[in-house]
Design a protein around this ligand. Sequence first.
Ligand SMILES: Nc1nc2c(c(=O)[nH]1)N[C@H]1C(S)=C(S)[C@@H](COP(=O)(O)O)O[C@H]1N2
Ligand SMILES: [Mo]
Length: 410
Amino acid sequence: MPTPTEAPDSRTGRRRFLRFGAALSGALTACKTTNTAPAEPAETSSLGKPLTAYGERSPFEKPERLVVSGKNPEIGATRTPLQNSYGIITPSSLHFERHHSGVPQIDPAAHRLLIHGMVERPLIFTMDDILRLPSVSRIHFIECAGNSGSEWGPKTAPDVQRAHGLASCSEWTGVPLPILLAEAGVKPGASWLIAEGADACHMSRSVPLKRVADDVLVAYGQNGEAIRPSQGYPLRLVIPGFEGNTNVKWLRRIKVVGEPVMTKDETSKYTDLMADGTARQFTFEMEGKSVITFPSGGQKLAGAGLYEIAGLAWSGRGRIERVEISTDDGKTWQNAKLDEPRLRMAFTRFRLPWKWDGQPSSLQSRSTDETGYVQPAREALVAVRGMNSGFHNNCITIWKVSADGGVTNV
Ligand SMILES: Nc1nc2c(c(=O)[nH]1)N[C@H]1C(S)=C(S)[C@@H](COP(=O)(O)O)O[C@H]1N2
Ligand SMILES: [Mo]
């Protein structure tokens, strides 16, 4: 005899619904049962606030970026509160920031983009010149190469914001770079470009021209409005999947060249020192990664019962194909449900209902991207990379849940 949860229904969607229903039943012990209707709230008997021209969030909502800077408040980074995010888009006001010399205040009417070097026609674009060109909007993450650097150990960051908050995901709008390059006419023999920012550090990176062919954007839009000053207003490079540093903000110059120019930002920094003393250079792609954002470090579960394990996965090499979750120290793994859309080089939201039995537990997630690349355990990553470099750490994060519901990074 089929049990009620195994009803022989050909529509698999219905079967799944029934199973999920069974998992839910009797689990919501946290909710109070009642027969009396709640009292009419005070705000239903008077007018609310007036209309406003530019929106703001509810004063009851507190998520904030975490500011980390040294003796110069202009230089440093802020980290996105991933533990408070829903879905895959990071609100612009919570997108992480990384500035090497502060945020320049640029008047778009005065801003210029120069394209020169190995081109037929060196060109200067105004913002108006750029805004009239064919454009595209795409959702992509940006992740600093230094993200998750704390997770090399032995000490790890206490929460997901400190550990992994140098990653955010926005919808970017701009002109595909090939359109601008075609206007200038790239000369034969050209193979790299140098992108330079208009801030005081003149952030400059060499980027292989073959990578530019498909999806690199010269972007002016973020989540439906102009890019925020922190994100490069009025113009930035977006190179989907490449380490954050190459996504040059306040973009003012693109020089087409025949070889990389070895700027300060790709020699003294943003190279990976290996165990044998040699260094990897131009490690552009951010490797596949995932992290559980709930329950995560610093949070406290209210008691045994039903929860949704939720998190984010992304890969600099394409789409996320699979996220597996283990709740038993890695002994067994189950596939999480992946939200649609699953976009290339974008955050993917994953979820799994979980009935916590109130016993000490460990939660971890492991992503697989469309190239088949599987996110490594910390030991496996260290075996390949050594411990000399803080960059490009994409290992599995393990959150420990204690019997009192407290969650810590181990
Ligand atoms: N001009 C300029 N571009 C820059 C930087 C900078 O300091 N100056 N920081 C880079 C680094 S290290 C990163 S991780 C990303 C961060 O982008 P975001 O601040 O929009 O998150 O921008 C990159 N582009
Ligand atoms: Mo960065």
